[in-house]
Design a protein around this ligand. Structure first.
Ligand SMILES: Nc1nc2c(ncn2[C@@H]2O[C@H](COP(=O)(O)OP(=O)(O)OP(=O)(O)O)[C@@H](O)[C@H]2O)c(=O)[nH]1
Ligand SMILES: [Mg+2]
Length: 284
């Protein structure tokens, strides 16, 4: 369910449900897209967390620019925010999740052990905007441990705790929240990666923004993939789009060219990329 339309009623319901489930866990796994780590965060999660510990999981790291992923991880570390970069699709770095959770909850677990609980569990849930990979993470983590631990007090009947390795128990239903919509740049970053419905912006708007971003940040990728000359590389994005349309032999079908560029970016044809770095301004 990649492209939910969020209406105020939906948001309120999602918020209520997530707030209810947060109460049941020891730690929250905030899943974001490593290509847009800030823009793919839900704006309200922080206040919903109250005092609950959180690990920010930069998923789809296989698609993101590794240098920039490192910048982001350093930024989080500086802010004393626990964060991990993983590739759930190919099950890379996943075991860091239970390990980090146990480290963060060491005191609480020790207290439980002191009370005689021999093998205390860590309860967690994935939270994030649509399409960031919450279900993939959940499935990968429980792959060999589908066994359900049964009903426990305080857990509604239709929710189950799924066992993973490392004493981690995951709530079976991830919390789906909404992205930040109120900002044009954030919206375009999300649109270019395919995180929000294609109806929010026109292909033309998204492609022009994306072209400009790649011209400024990854010019060599444009040169390599579209065989751009030096002169083409510095054209105004709208002129470059016209030039690309010609190169694609699409006549005057600019929208078709815009759509092709967007799909090339999303499919990774232009390489691994990240559309924001720490400290980027958020408003246009
Ligand atoms: N390349 C890559 N793709 C991923 C990764 N994780 C998930 N995906 C893909 O991203 C898409 C969305 O993954 P889901 O796990 O369904 O995402 P979700 O957050 O559960 O989405 P909703 O249920 O709609 O909220 C799927 O096509 C996955 O195969 C990853 O680490 N790398
Ligand atoms: Mg899902």
């Amino acid at each position: 369910m990649a492209n939910i339309q969020w209406f105020p009623g939906h948001m309120q319901k999602a918020r209520r449900e997530v707030a209810e489930r947060i109460k049941q866990v020891d730690i929250v796994l905030e899943v974001v897209d490593a290509r847009v780590p800030e823009s793919s965060r839900n704006p309200m999660l922080l206040e919903m967390l109250q005092q609950k510990p959180r690990i920010s999981i930069l998923n789809k790291a296989d698609l993101a620019d590794p240098k920039r992923t490192k910048l982001w991880l350093d930024e989080y570390a500086n802010g004393e925010q626990s964060a991990l970069a993983i590739d759930a699709q190919h099950a890379r770095q996943l075991q860091q999740i239970p390990q980090m959770a146990e480290r963060m909850l060491a005191e609480k677990l020790d207290r439980k052990r002191a009370k005689g609980i021999r093998n205390p569990h860590v309860r967690a849930m994935c939270i994030g905007i649509p399409n960031v990979g919450k279900s993939t993470i959940l499935n990968r983590l429980v792959r060999k441990n589908i066994a359900v631990t049964g009903n426990r007090p305080g857990v509604t009947k239709n929710q189950q705790w799924l066992k993973t390795s490392g004493n981690l128990e995951l709530l079976d239903t991830p919390g789906i929240l909404w992205p930040k919509f109120d900002d044009q740049i954030i919206g375009k970053r999300l649109a270019l990666t395919g995180a929000i419905a294609d109806s929010v912006f026109t292909d033309d708007e998204v492609a022009l923004w994306g072209l400009e971003y790649f011209q400024a940040n990854y010019p060599e990728r444009l040169v390599k993939h579209y065989h751009l000359t030096d002169e083409e590389l510095v054209m105004a994005p709208s002129d470059l789009m016209i030039r690309l349309t010609e190169k694609f032999t699409y006549g005057t079908e600019y929208d078709r060219a815009a759509n092709r560029f967007i799909n090339d970016v999303r499919k990774g044809e232009l390489g691994r990329y990240t559309l924001e770095v720490p400290g980027d301004k958020v408003s246009e």
